[in-house]
Design a protein around this ligand. Sequence first.
Ligand SMILES: Cc1cc2nc3c(=O)[nH]c(=O)nc-3n(C[C@H](O)[C@H](O)[C@H](O)COP(=O)(O)OP(=O)(O)OC[C@H]3O[C@@H](n4cnc5c(N)ncnc54)[C@H](O)[C@@H]3O)c2cc1C
Ligand code: SF4
Ligand code: SF4
Length: 402
Amino acid sequence: MTGTETTGTVAPAAGRWTAQWKELFEEVITTGLCTGCAACVVTCPHDVIGYEHEEGKYVPFHLEEELGPANCVHGFGAGGGCTTCTRACPRFRSWEPAADTHLFGRVREPEEMSGIWRQLLLTRAADETQHDKGQDGGFVTAMLTWLMDHDYIEAAMVSGVEDDDAWKAKPVLVHNPDEVIATAGSRYTYCANPLALRQAKEEGLSRLALVGMGCQTSSPPTMWDRKAGKVSKPFVFNIGLLCSKTFDDAIFPELFEAKYGLRKSEMVKMNIKGVFQIWMRDGSYHEIDLKECHQWTREGCKHCPDFAAEHADISTGGIGKDNDWTLTIVRTELGEEVINRMIADGTIVARPAQEDEVAMKLLRTLSIVSRRRWPKDADPAPTVGVPPPKKKAAAPAPAPAG
Ligand SMILES: Cc1cc2nc3c(=O)[nH]c(=O)nc-3n(C[C@H](O)[C@H](O)[C@H](O)COP(=O)(O)OP(=O)(O)OC[C@H]3O[C@@H](n4cnc5c(N)ncnc54)[C@H](O)[C@@H]3O)c2cc1C
Ligand code: SF4
Ligand code: SF4
């Protein structure tokens, strides 16, 4: 079509948000930007977006196949969808400036590689059970419990596991401290926690926390900025998990078991600290080089620019020299209010994260590494300020012959 032809539809008023499923499909889903976060799926008011929470899938699709994969006729306009999915998508067009502006009143400065923050802390749960069950300091577990006890939230969308497989992650809704404890710890395969919103709706719950990687926690502020309306209201507190990648479930049989004889059913804990660490039921401990794991990186993670979960109220990670503390990035006013109260009443112990220089350096480096993955032909905001990779030192000139 040339620039002078028209499609026969009425031109939208300037500034009006008209992008719908067709644009989401063409600009995010088929370009590889889609992370599989499921925000478009759970917010679709017509329930016409499908999703399979399974290995090799994790990509939304339109349920009304007779229309073709890129068409949606629900909502307004000539043949137009209702726009909720593009308002909810945290990878559609200029999502980073939208979420930044909504949460912080400004976009990040070029040097703010890990996003905008107010406080950087190392924290750990004071309660021994929460601390033991948690992946790092048990901070997320302590905070979810505290948010429920203090009536900030009614429930939280987190990652549980299948009854018959302790490492197959599935989105679940937790309502009380016992359920929170039962879902503590990290699984390194993908879990689209926003899918638990469906159960919350069925239960009539409307004040929820979302725990998730950056691909998930950027969604609520993006929706709020794009005025997605009612569907965006239940997300009242966002807890981010720092993340470089997730792995396909096939890594268990194809690498851990086939090469190292480590059976999934015998694993009791895993972590990633420069290497893939695995603890087994028989007390043995194993380290696997991350380079070996690389080929099982989940497709949806390959272009992701957000290591530091930059749009959560509080983001959490395990980098640094201490295994049993959670690196805690307090970003919003609400996040600061909660953490200050948790420190004051002794729920958590906290110290300045700047004490751990290794963690501070890693936070910046890993944020840069992730931002470099964002494609050059997509919205440029995530790559603003990203330094170019250092050139490898030139090979020494060959010694003169003779
Ligand atoms: C896939 C993944 C990759 C990560 N990568 C890094 C990293 O590269 N560097 C780093 O510093 N930190 C990373 N983290 C964060 C780290 O593992 C801890 O989750 C974080 O430090 C909080 O620790 P905690 O003890 O306070 O959390 P806990 O109290 O143990 O609570 C953890 C919460 O995470 C939820 N959860 C567990 N697995 C998943 C999942 N797959 N998807 C969504 N939610 C989940 C649990 O349900 C629970 O609510 C990653 C986490 C995940 C899930
Ligand atoms: S990134 Fe999330 S919201 Fe966007 S298309 Fe993919 S699943 Fe939907
Ligand atoms: S790298 Fe982590 S934050 Fe990014 S898409 Fe993958 S799971 Fe989400």
